[in-house]
Design a protein around this ligand. Structure first.
Ligand SMILES: *Cc1c(COP(=O)(O)O)cnc(C)c1O
Length: 486
């Protein structure tokens, strides 16, 4: 491996005796630690001066790509711009110095924030109550399914062992259902990308606990048959779960609760903006319709008749699923975002997200293969290039985009097509950014015909070009000694 491509590790910058700090002179008598508490081996810390440390971490930070560096059309992830006012509020000392064990009466402001966000999400989702405790979308799914399980169990209805999931679902849906102890049954999509109601009907019986749906689904297509699906699911005694990762285009336009969903989660880090590359931080609040509140996880925040707030626990609850009240800083960002946009602003965001996706789709569909025609919501999926004779794959296109300074779209998901290329521009991109991206995508399509090897060998301008993804996933090198042995 050519280490020139990587920032050196801070350990490699170490020089004996070099320091980046000076401890004040000691005015106190020396205390000898008992023998059994002393180190037996040398503490191996890097010896570096302050400028080296600053340059080291600063340079590493520029090896990263984020929403603040450029266009990030990663389908399904809603990589919208995150307004900096959110960060200011989340970093406020009144919040960062909180301790979970502080008595309720000393943290009324924080509890009010939790309660206000809970109510805002309930209104946006059309639900009776939300818990903000889960840490991510997937964690929300698990929590929601455990709420559903607690509901069925409370009725003595214990033979419901299955959860139905569409073939277009995000991988977390079947995974969460499996972790919750359910057997997963797949329901097929129709050629237009929506769930096949005829395929669903025979699967519904008294062994089904829930049906999980995403709307708009992972193809960016609005599922129009939800009212019919909801009545079929309810007639079978099961509950309907809404994966709210794609809530962005629905903001202020339609509410899952009104469509007949019983339980839902929202990815605060997607729809309500928190920087979330590289696996965190996030929050996956779960909302339930009236009648299911008592099953939500402990603790809950309630408003008392005198206007104060309390943290309470409920015996019927499924128990606790996180440390205290969830990822508080993400909650603070989401409430700041919601209040600074307001009702009208949120509605505008949803509409623009839809408009931007349709604009990019329509501008590219003559050179990329659009398997499902029609209006999409906030995202859409191409099935590779329109011209299949070039041998250029979706992976090649994605890699070539890196040469132009873009984050690649989501590739090879959903699994319904062989060459899925899933694009989600979000509402925060300007017409200029979209036009530049469209021009580059068209250029790549032209290159695929004229000089296919350029696209196949891309990226040409990045520090790393073709890492072995499988090897990296199966045998990650996470250890300094292993790295230096390469
Ligand atoms: C992102 C996503 C999830 C999972 O959410 P995480 O916060 O990443 O756990 C679930 N479903 C869909 C449709 C998603 O896009």
């Amino acid at each position: 491996m050519n280490r020139d491509f990587y920032s050196k590790l801070v350990f490699e910058l170490s020089q004996p005796g070099r320091k980046g700090y000076k401890i004040p002179d000691n005015h106190l008598p020396e205390v000898k630690l008992p023998e059994n508490l002393r180190r037996t081996s040398k503490l191996e810390l890097p010896e570096v001066d302050e400028p080296s440390v600053v340059r080291h971490y600063n340079n590493m930070s520029t090896n990263n790509f984020g929403v603040d560096s450029g266009f990030y059309p990663l389908g399904s992830c809603t990589m919208k711009y995150n307004p900096k006012i959110n960060e200011e509020v989340a970093a406020h000392q009144a919040f960062t110095s909180l301790h979970p064990a502080t008595p309720d009466k000393a943290v009324q402001g924080a509890l009010e924030l939790y309660y206000t966000l809970q109510c805002a999400l309930s209104e946006i989702g059309g639900m009776a109550e939300f818990t903000l405790n889960p840490y991510a979308g997937a964690h929300g799914e698990l929590t929601g399914l455990l709420v559903i399980k607690a509901y069925h169990n409370s009725r003595g209805d214990v033979k419901r062992t299955k959860v139905i999931v569409p073939d277009s679902a995000h991988g977390t849906n079947p995974a969460s259902a499996a972790v919750a102890g359910y057997e997963i049954i797949e329901v097929k999509s129709r050629p237009d990308g929506t769930v096949d109601v005829e395929d669903l009907k025979p699967l519904l019986d008294d062994t089904v606990a829930a049906v999980m749906m995403t709307n708009p689904n992972t193809l960016g297509i609005f599922e129009k048959n939800i009212p019919e699906i909801a009545s079929l699911v309810h007639a079978a005694g099961a509950l309907l779960y809404y994966d709210g990762a794609n809530l962005n285009p629905m903001l202020g336009m339609a509410r899952p609760g009104d469509m007949g969903f019983d339980v839902m989660h929202i990815n605060l880090h997607k729809t309500f903006s928190t920087p979330h590359g590289g696996g965190g931080p996030g929050a996956g609040p779960v909302g339930v319709r009236a009648g299911l509140q008592q099953f939500l996880p402990n603790p809950r925040v309630v408003k008392n008749s005198d206007g104060s707030f309390s943290v309470v626990t409920d015996e019927k609850s499924l128990g606790s699923i996180s440390a205290h009240l969830g990822n508080f800083a993400v909650e603070a960002r989401a409430l700041t975002y919601i209040l600074s946009l307001g009702k009208q602003g949120l509605k505008e965001a949803g509409k623009l997200a839809t408009l931007n996706a349709n604009y990019v789709k329509e501008s590219l569909k003559d050179v990329y293969c659009l398997p499902i025609e029609g209006v999409c919501k906030h995202e859409f999926v191409f099935d590779g290039l329109a011209d299949k004779s070039t041998g250029v794959t979706t992976l090649n296109v994605a890699k070539r985009l890196l040469d132009h300074g873009y984050h690649a779209p989501t590739i090879y998901f959903p699994l319904l097509f062989h060459e899925s290329l899933m694009i989600e521009p979000t509402e925060t991109e300007s017409l200029q950014t979209l036009d530049e991206f469209i021009a580059v995508m068209r250029d790549i399509a032209r290159e695929a015909k004229e000089t296919p090897d350029v696209v196949k060998n891309a990226p040409l301008n990045t520090p790393i070009s073709h890492p072995d993804d499988t090897e990296a996933a199966l045998h990650p090198i996470v250890n300094y000694t292993e790295l230096t042995e390469l």
